[in-house]
Design a protein around this ligand. Sequence first.
Ligand code: UT7
Length: 345
Amino acid sequence: MKTPYGNIVGWGKYAPERIVTNDDLAQRVDTSDEWIRARSGIRERRMVGEDEHTSTMAVGAGREALERAGLTAADLDLIIVATSSPDYLTPPVSSQVQDLLGASCGAFQVVVGCTGFVYSLAIAQQFIATGACRTILVVGAELTSRWIDWEDRATCVLFGDGAGAVVLQASDEPSGVLAFVLGSDGSGAEHLIVPGGGVAHPPSHETVDARLNYVRMNGREVFKFATRKMPETLEAVLGKAGLTVDDLDLLIPHQANLRIIEYAAGQLGIPMEKVVVNVDRYGNTSAASIPLALCEALDEGRARPGDTLALVAFGAGLTWASAVVRLGLHTPAFRTPATAAEAVS
Ligand code: UT7
């Protein structure tokens, strides 16, 4: 029997309605639109309202992905939710997502910082390749605005909220994740960390007073790490897939900083026309950033049937991950109104 591939048969995203501009932030902390744009490329980001949570954003993206695939929650064999900002420390948000979608399959949460979605795609592909599952929903969802320190201007201007999802389904056509590289270097843990709230420093008056329950980042160290690892892991994954940069139709990088994206693309000689960038409109949405960018590329017809994409991420851990993904040639979702014109041209 042939090993099945995990073709992307549906995709969906959820972006909260509220847009927060750099000027809005400048009224809250000592910063400016000019600084944020020059250092990160970010112009605005989305932020949730009071009644929105990671679970509700994940469900919004998941529903759209299922609809686009022409499937229902009952068709799912597994749900994987990548997030570092679950509604609760326990239970896992994946079970809330399973319940709210009305699915009756297994579900689990993957906590690998901003690389979580690429890790989750690689995991999902294994379940499909072994024949254990036929249809899997993979979601990246992140509500960063409730764990950033609104008194730390160096981090609070960078992040945003959102979710993106794909449905993978077993297929004979060479498609989905063709190769992946997953990496971790825990010696850099301190550079991107929420120090309090876990078992090392359980929540207490002291941890709250010391603001340990918010994310802390050493931006310069993470920047150095990202600019080293992004090109390295991209080359490695292309090698694993037996491809070169010229075989790539699109690069979909983690959207943390435009300077990092441009540097990584430049190192590999990938022209920016082939790079998906939306960090200007969403900021860094952590594990949601790659699926949000992927969904936009699919919706806009920039990513088309048969295309070969490279996904590359870095983040807390420190971790990195890359994947080569091929889009199916005969996926019905490409014939939905948003992409019909591109699919037939
Ligand atoms: O998903 C994982 C993600 N994290 C990242 O990818 C972050 C990677 N790092 C970065 O993107 C960049 O390091 C930052 C955007 C965070 C910072 O850019 P930078 O060019 O590395 O700036 P810097 O940290 O070296 O700070 C330069 C100056 C400092 O002032 P002094 O010491 O030169 O006087 C900061 O205090 O900018 C100051 N600064 C700000 N000024 C206005 C820091 N934050 C702000 C701010 N507004 N929001």
